[in-house]
Design a protein around this ligand. Structure first.
Ligand SMILES: Nc1ncnc2c1ncn2[C@@H]1O[C@H](COP(=O)(O)OP(=O)(O)O)[C@@H](O)[C@H]1O
Ligand SMILES: [Mg+2]
Length: 404
């Protein structure tokens, strides 16, 4: 009863589920972002970047499940797609699965699709399919546009495109990736009025494009699309999420709102970590207090089994950065982590020199830029000077605990 007395919208308790796929009713908030992204899709394609597990997939799923007049959306998770024919197959499968659920899809469209699909999917198994992937992808996109009908725009939501490109690069070479990006761009140009792509990525398209440029491709294959960084959840929505999760515990705290506010202050608008902390609070076997939040955050950072996958921030450096970049990044991140508060550039350069005496100022500056772009660091004004700090307190605490 207590939970529902709170002055927060739609206070239905939520089950803790860090990293799980949530049903659309359990995806809290993201209202401003979703409104903005639809507005952009009216006019052009959209590339959404952000650190892993900030909630990109759930934003896109909410857009897809809720839908919007004038748009037919098709969602695809590309994380496990490693080849070009596999991509075409995944596209046909996604459309087949989702077309009949489209509110606006007409019987004729669904019938048309079910006659075209078996032959198209069958052809993908033919030996020549691998060499003919361009024609197959063009056909696939045309088939979707035709099935949906001229009154609606088609949005192909491709989740984790950069990861697929990275895998494709490894399996089929840089040339295939460049050709794919060029083809996608020409499809966007050809069907500018009706076709939209929405790409999301945790590793940053810029990292993939950079390795392609090294391999000889000079153009910018997504500069006709709008690039955005997904922000943390806004305060009111984070408090709503925390409150609903706390209400869902076996022993909800007596003052849900105070605890939820405390959670927001300790963690920020990172829904995945909020789920994790509430998960720990649920282990207490009694209603949690504010001191339990601090203790749970500490326990999360120190846990040997790393349930929140915080080591990912360290591992991704060696996966996606060159060896020299990774080395400098570690030096800079260790230096920032060693300071209680934010660090000025002068101080950072000094600290970096303690570890690597020959490091140049410019190298430290460039590394900071890259680390800001990849969501490790932020640069803010503190006490009238600009200073770097970790973007997420939880990540900084993990770094301090595990590396210093
Ligand atoms: N809007 C939200 N409401 C509730 N929980 C969320 C929300 N967004 C993310 N989460 C939680 O965070 C986890 C990671 O979100 P996800 O969308 O998969 O991140 P990303 O795609 O950015 O890696 C989800 O499994 C869920 O537990
Ligand atoms: Mg995702």
């Amino acid at each position: 009863m207590l939970c529902y007395a709170l002055d927060l919208p739609r206070m239905r308790p939520l089950v803790v589920n860090p990293g799980g796929r949530l049903g659309v009713d359990d995806i809290v908030g993201r209202e401003q972002e979703i409104r903005r992204y639809w507005r952009i899709l009216e006019r052009q394609g959209l590339v959404l970047g952000a650190e892993r597990r900030l909630g990109k997939t759930h934003i896109v799923l909410k857009m897809h499940e809720t839908g919007r007049d004038g748009f037919a959306t098709f969602y695809q998770d590309l994380e496990s797609v490693h080849g070009l024919t596999e991509l075409v197959r995944a596209l046909y499968r996604a459309v087949d699965h989702q077309l009949s659920g489209l509110k606006r899809a007409k019987r004729k469209a669904v019938d048309l699709w079910s006659t075209v699909l078996p032959k198209k999917l069958g052809n993908l198994d033919l030996p020549e399919a691998r060499n003919n992937w361009k024609g197959l992808l063009i056909d696939a996109v045309n088939d979707v546009l035709e099935a949906v009908g001229p009154e609606d725009k088609v949005v192909l939501m491709w989740d984790e495109l950069p990861l697929m490109l990275h895998n494709l690069h490894k399996r089929e070479g840089a040339d295939s990736v460049i050709q794919l990006l060029d083809l996608l761009r020409s499809l966007r140009q050809q069907h500018g009025a009706r076709l939209r792509f929405l790409f999301t990525g945790s590793i940053g398209l810029h990292l993939v494009l950079r390795t392609l440029r090294v391999a000889g491709n000079a153009n910018d294959p997504v500069n006709d699309m709008h690039l955005e960084t997904v922000p943390p959840m806004v305060e009111a929505e984070t408090i709503e999420l925390a409150s609903r999760l706390l209400c869902g515990l076996e022993h909800p705290p007596s003052d849900v709102e105070t605890l939820a506010r405390h959670l927001h202050k300790a963690i920020g608008g990172f829904p995945y970590y909020i789920h994790h902390i509430v998960d720990r609070l649920g282990e207490l076997g009694r209603p949690a207090s504010t001191t339990d939040i601090t203790a749970s955050a500490e326990a999360l950072v120190c846990a040997d089994d790393d349930p929140a996958h915080l080591a990912y921030y360290l591992q991704r450096l060696s996966t996606y950065y060159g060896p020299e970049e990774a080395r400098l990044s570690l030096i800079v991140l260790d230096a920032v982590a060693s300071q209680e508060g934010a660090t000025t550039m002068d101080n950072l350069i000094n600290l970096a020199r303690h570890t690597l005496p020959e490091v140049r100022d410019e190298q430290v500056r460039e590394t900071c830029l890259l680390l800001r772009r990849d969501h490790y660091l932020t640069l803010d004004r503190r006490d009238d000077v600009m200073a770097h700090d970790f973007r997420w307190h939880v990540v900084k605490q993990w770094w301090r605990h595990n590396r210093l």
